[in-house]
Every structure is written in structure tokens, then in C-alpha cells.
Design a protein around this ligand. Structure first.
Ligand SMILES: *Cc1c(COP(=O)(O)O)cnc(C)c1O
Length: 513
């Protein structure tokens, strides 16, 4: 009797009455203003229009792989069959998801050259943590639980040392040579010094310097010789898929950022997926789940995330991406991503020197533009270039990572030559603006670079006493004039808040009252 059940359910309060909230919620005006669909639609569109997203221009954030999130990939996420299933639904009621997970596991095994994939971690960083825990358990299973040193080259992503620390490992940083590659002599020395304390190495390939390290196999061998495991950070898989693979290279475990290489949209803190691939010997040690148990060897291991299959509801995106591209398409994506990065490196190299390249003068899927020499010569910084790009309608590339004073550009395979050329034109024009400062045509204190970005308020102000024109400020190119995205605020002091913490704590007496 549904009605009786309903009544019983209504009468039953799982949350104790005295814990129920009685004050008003969501009282801010914004939650109480838009009461029709049209109004809501317009409000959301106004917010969207302030945001520079991929539907406006390329976002060349190096290391972030901001590629097309194709509509056909995105649509299945909206289907209730995927979106409305509870993460703890009994396995018997989630057969479709199991098929999807099995397909993805099989495909990712093939892509990575590993033997198994664990679909639990929600992000790259969580994948790192999960992978390091698997390494730890593996060492323990062999009576070598004392191994607790993690070697990390200086070029690594910040999440690597952070994850190692979370996993209770001691981080020892190894040097890079002047071309940005892992310094093999230093690695050998530090691996030997760690000896039977060596747990693992965390290395990124191609390196975060945007170069295929030619010694990567040797790097893996050195670590293995000392009984360590190799964690290969797979965030740069967009430069590997179909061409090579971490398992083939000789690593033992990697995470994949499905929200980078495999087309899940990211940025702005949305859900991610960072599954890890492992070699056979690590498979029994990956995360399991106490509630939803699989039939895998690892079923009784602890979990690394609340839900058994992470952010499972976004997996249809990666499934579609792989299914639609197929083997050939995946490989072609990688090839075009590399081609695009090298096109930009070549076209921009004259204006802004490319910091690192391989033996043949080429980069991988991203490149680092060095702004430091220009800053020295002109006083214009990487920050000014990044802010000025907003006036040109572009999102800035990754700034001061992994090298301070640089911009790291990653176009991905999704950008056409036309869009790449538009970006080149903007950057070249910015270089010409810097030249005007260098030549004294504009003073260092008053030029469109240091005042960037410019807002509508700036140029509509009756007072305009700057050393450059309003048009130079907001319409620096024809492309911008044709389709302008107006920055809504001027520059803020980026690190002020980070460096000047203040306590907004309510005094304890107030709680007592
Ligand atoms: C993005 C990235 C990570 C971290 O991934 P998240 O999903 O942001 O946690 C780790 N390493 C590298 C090289 C990355 O680019």
C-alpha cells in the first residue's frame, strides 16, 4: 500500500527534531528575485556573458588541456538513466553503469599500457594519492613497509609533493638540468642514498616543461634498480594517447585526468575523474569500497573517495569521446595537439623565446614562453601580458607555472589554424606594445599593458588623460572590434589576499549569547 508507506515515511524523522533548521534559508536577494523561466534564463545568460569560456575563444592554459567538450559527448549526461542513479544503488540495479565502467576500464587499459584501472578517484590529485597508497600497500605486502622516501623532480606539478606528503612519504626533490630535463646523475645519487628506504618516484611525461624527456626509460630503470616504484603523472596524456603509453615506458602506476585528456569540461571547480592505471603487481592494492563491493581482488581495501566509482555521472562524456574517435581518431588527436603546440611555438618564438625544447628544437603538446628577458628590458611583466590578453578577448595562458615569469601555452587539438592565428596576432600585437614602452613612446607607468584589463566604465568616463587612446585600450584589434567581451572589473592585486590573511572569526562570547 503506497499511501500507507508514504504516511509512515512522512511520520518518520531520520534527523532528530532539535537538529532541524528553523531559520530562513537562502535569504539573499538573488535567490528571491527571478520567478519566471524567462527571468531566470536572462539572469543566467548575463552571468554567462561575463565569463570567458571556450564558447568565446581558445583557453590556452598549459597543463590544463582545455579541449572541446563536444555536444554529442555532453548530451548523455542529461539523461536520467545516468543522472538520476544514486551512487549507492545496489549493483543489480546499476547494470548499465557497470557496462559503461567496464568499457572504459578496458579502453583505458589499452590507452595506458597497464593491466588494470581503478575508477574511484575524483581528480588527478586524488588519483596520485590513491596510487601512492597502492604503492605503500604493495611495499608492506613484501615486508618492506619501511620504504617511505618519494623522489620528485623539481619540474613536477605542485600536487605531486602535496599528495606524497598526504600519503605519509618523505619528499626529496631531484634536480633538473638547464634544458629542463631530469638530471640523471642527481637522480642516481639520490636514489642510491635513499637505498632500501626508497618508496617511489613521481615523474611527469612529457615533463611539465613541455618536452618529451628522452631519458624517461632510464629514469624508470634507476628507480626500479633500488626497489622503488614509478608513479607517472598522466595529466599530460594528451601528448601520449595512441603514440606511446606509461605502461610501455616502464612506469607502474599513473592517474589519467578524464577532465583533461578525455573531454570532460573542467575549470571552475566542477566534478572531475582521475582513475588510476596500474601494472598487475599493484592491482590488488588499489582502492575498494566498504559499501558497494566489486568482484575485484582489491574489494576489501579502503576507499579514497565517498562514492565507489567517483564522479561516475560524468563518465558518459569520456565514453563518448573514446567511442566516437576510435583508435585512429585518438591517435590523430594527439598528433594534431602536438602539431598545434609546435605551430604556436614556432610562430611566437620570435616575439617571446620558447624556454625549453627537445633535441630537434620541438616541443610536446605545450610550450613555455619566457617573459623574463622582456621584463628585464622593458619593465613589462608576464602579469601585464596576461591581463592585456583580456582586452584582446583571450583567456591568459598558465602563468608562472612551472617556471616563474613565464606563460605556458597549450592549444590542444581542438583549435583550428584560424583561431591559433588569431592568438598569434594578439600576442604579436602585445609584443609590439611592449616595444613602444621599451622605446619610450609610452611610459612604464602609463601604457595599456599596465592598466589592463580595461572596462566599459574606464572608457566611458568623461575624463581620459591616459597616454594612449580609448580605442587602443579596448579595441586593440579588428577581431575584438567585431566581437568584444568586456572585462567587468579592473585588475585586482592578485596575491594581496593570500599574503595578508585576516581573521573574520566571530568572538566566542557571541556564540555563548
Ligand atoms: C592537472 C594536473 C594535476 C592535478 O589534477 P587535478 O585533477 O587538478 O587534481 C596533476 N599533475 C599535472 C601535471 C596536472 O596538469
Amino acid at each position: 500500500d503506497i499511501e500507507a508507506l508514504d504516511k509512515a515515511a512522512q511520520a518518520h524523522h531520520a534527523i532528530p527534531q532539535d537538529l532541524l533548521r528553523t531559520d530562513a534559508v537562502l535569504t539573499h536577494e538573488v535567490f528571491n528575485k527571478y520567478h519566471s523561466e524567462t527571468e531566470m534564463l536572462r539572469y543566467i545568460h548575463r552571468l554567462e556573458a561575463k565569463d570567458l569560456a571556450l564558447n568565446y575563444a581558445m583557453i590556452s592554459l598549459g597543463s590544463c588541456t582545455m579541449k572541446l567538450n563536444a555536444t554529442a559527448e555532453m548530451i548523455p549526461v542529461t539523461w536520467p538513466e545516468f543522472g538520476k542513479l544514486h551512487p549507492f544503488a545496489p549493483l543489480a540495479q546499476a547494470k548499465g553503469y557497470q557496462l559503461l565502467l567496464a568499457d572504459l576500464e578496458n579502453w583505458l587499459v589499452k590507452v595506458t599500457g597497464y593491466d588494470a584501472v581503478c575508477m574511484q578517484p575524483n581528480s588527478g590529485a586524488q588519483g596520485e594519492y590513491a596510487g601512492l597508497l597502492a604503492i605503500k600497500k604493495y611495499h608492506e605486502s613484501r615486508g618492506e613497509g619501511h620504504r617511505d622516501i618519494c623522489l620528485i623532480p623539481a619540474s613536477a606539478h605542485g600536487t605531486n609533493p602535496a599528495s606524497a606528503q598526504m600519503a605519509g612519504l618523505k619528499v626529496i626533490v631531484t634536480a633538473c638540468d638547464k634544458s629542463g630535463n631530469v638530471d640523471l646523475d642527481d637522480l642516481r645519487a639520490k636514489a642510491a642514498e635513499a637505498g632500501d628506504q626508497l618508496s617511489c618516484l613521481m615523474v611527469t611525461y612529457p615533463s611539465t616543461h613541455g618536452v618529451y624527456e628522452e631519458t624517461i626509460k632510464e629514469v624508470c630503470d634507476i628507480v626500479h634498480q633500488h626497489g622503488g616504484q614509478v608513479y607517472l603523472d598522466g595529466a599530460n596524456m594528451n601528448a601520449q594517447v595512441g603514440l606511446t603509453a606509461p605502461g610501455f615506458i616502464g612506469a607502474d602506476v599513473s592517474h589519467l585526468n578524464l577532465h583533461k585528456t578525455f573531454a570532460i569540461p573542467h575549470g571552475g571547480g566542477g566534478p572531475g575523474m582521475g582513475p588510476i592505471g596500474v601494472k598487475k603487481h599493484l592491482a590488488p592494492f588499489v582502492a575498494g569500497h566498504a559499501v558497494v563491493k566489486t568482484d575485484k581482488e582489491s574489494r576489501d581495501n579502503g576507499a579514497v573517495s565517498a562514492a565507489p566509482f567517483g564522479s561516475a555521472s560524468i563518465l558518459p562524456i569520456s565514453w563518448m569521446y573514446i567511442a566516437m574517435l576510435g583508435d585512429e581518431g585518438l591517435k590523430r588527436s594527439t598528433q594534431v595537439a602536438i602539431l598545434n603546440a609546435n605551430y604556436l611555438a614556432k610562430k611566437l618564438g620570435d616575439s617571446f623565446p620558447v624556454l625549453y625544447s627537445g633535441r630537434n628544437g620541438r616541443v610536446a603538446h605545450e610550450c613555455i614562453l619566457d617573459i623574463r628577458p622582456l621584463k628585464e628590458a622593458s619593465g613589462i611583466s608576464e602579469m601585464d601580458v596576461a591581463k592585456r590578453l583580456m582586452d584582446y578577448g583571450f583567456h591568459a595562458p598558465t602563468m608562472s607555472f612551472p617556471v616563474a615569469g613565464t606563460l605556458m601555452v597549450e592549444p590542444t587539438e581542438s583549435e583550428s589554424k584560424r583561431e591559433l592565428d588569431r592568438f598569434v596576432e594578439a600576442m604579436t600585437s602585445i609584443r609590439a606594445e611592449i616595444a613602444k614602452v621599451q622605446e619610450g613612446q609610452w611610459s612604464l607607468a602609463d601604457n595599456p599593458l599596465v592598466h589592463a584589463p580595461h572596462t566599459q566604465d574606464d572608457v566611458m568616463d568623461a575624463e581620459w588623460s591616459r597616454g594612449y587612446s580609448r580605442a587602443e585600450a579596448v579595441f586593440p584589434s579588428d577581431a575584438v572590434r567585431a566581437a568584444k567581451l568586456w572585462p567587468s572589473v579592473n585588475r585586482i592585486d592578485d596575491v594581496y589576499g593570500d599574503r595578508n590573511l585576516f581573521c573574520a572569526c566571530i568572538p566566542t562570547e557571541d556564540y555563548a549569547k
